[in-house]
Design a binder for this molecule. Sequence first.
Ligand SMILES: NC(=O)c1ccc[n+]([C@@H]2O[C@H](COP(=O)([O-])OP(=O)(O)OC[C@H]3O[C@@H](n4cnc5c(N)ncnc54)[C@H](OP(=O)(O)O)[C@@H]3O)[C@@H](O)[C@H]2O)c1
Length: 226
Amino acid sequence: MNSTPVLLTIAVLGGTGKEGKGLAFRWAKAGYRVLIGSRIPEKAKATALDLLNRLNGNAFIEGTSNQKAAGAADIAVLTVPYAAHRETLESVKDALYGKILIDVTVPLVPPKITKVQMPPAGSAAQEAKQYLGENVQVTSAFQNISHEFLLRDEPIECDVLVTGTSKEARTETLKLVAAAGLIGWDAGPIENSVVIEGLTSVLININKQHGVSNAGIKITGVSRES
Ligand SMILES: NC(=O)c1ccc[n+]([C@@H]2O[C@H](COP(=O)([O-])OP(=O)(O)OC[C@H]3O[C@@H](n4cnc5c(N)ncnc54)[C@H](OP(=O)(O)O)[C@@H]3O)[C@@H](O)[C@H]2O)c1
């Protein structure tokens, strides 16, 4: 009997962009089936081909529309600028029915991106939860991971704090954090995402002051062995 675990299909909505492409690379490298989503399917196909070439063809990555990617996936990841958050959610709401959405969005309000400016719902992830309703589990993760390092095959010195609407959804998300080569922590209910989304502006602030791009966070005082 073949005991090889069947890995999930992950849709990266807005996966043509900086953060989504980097995450897609890491999950495809780990053996997951990855669907790049875009408003423009041709753009998604080009990103998928580029990632496939980076992995010497040893991966499953395809590009399609955000709607088709969300519909065909087991779990979806949203990586679009905050300005496109609601519009993208509207376009995939039906396709996400019964699934988990991992929201990576940071509600930055340019030009003052070093200042925390949270939306009335509390956070982008809480807005997603409100809009998608009870039939979609929403988690929030990866906001503090700079895209600059995701496409490189080297360790990233930053932990991932995961919040979400259920323990089960957070556990599934933490599996994908580990698959991306990162250390993750269950940071509790989705309401706590305000802290983690807000922390991104703090890290951008520190980056600017020190002329770097990789300020990060690490949880201390707990064993880092999984
Ligand atoms: N970049 C980072 O290092 C980083 C780190 C942590 C968290 N984040 C968060 O992750 C999210 C994505 O960041 P990113 O840097 O990857 O963004 P990005 O490269 O600027 O955009 C990502 C994708 O979103 C889609 N998009 C852009 N503008 C849009 C619009 N007006 N309407 C609809 N779709 C639009 C585009 O996809 P299509 O044109 O293909 O549809 C684009 O490729 C943001 O919320 C960001 O705060 C980013």
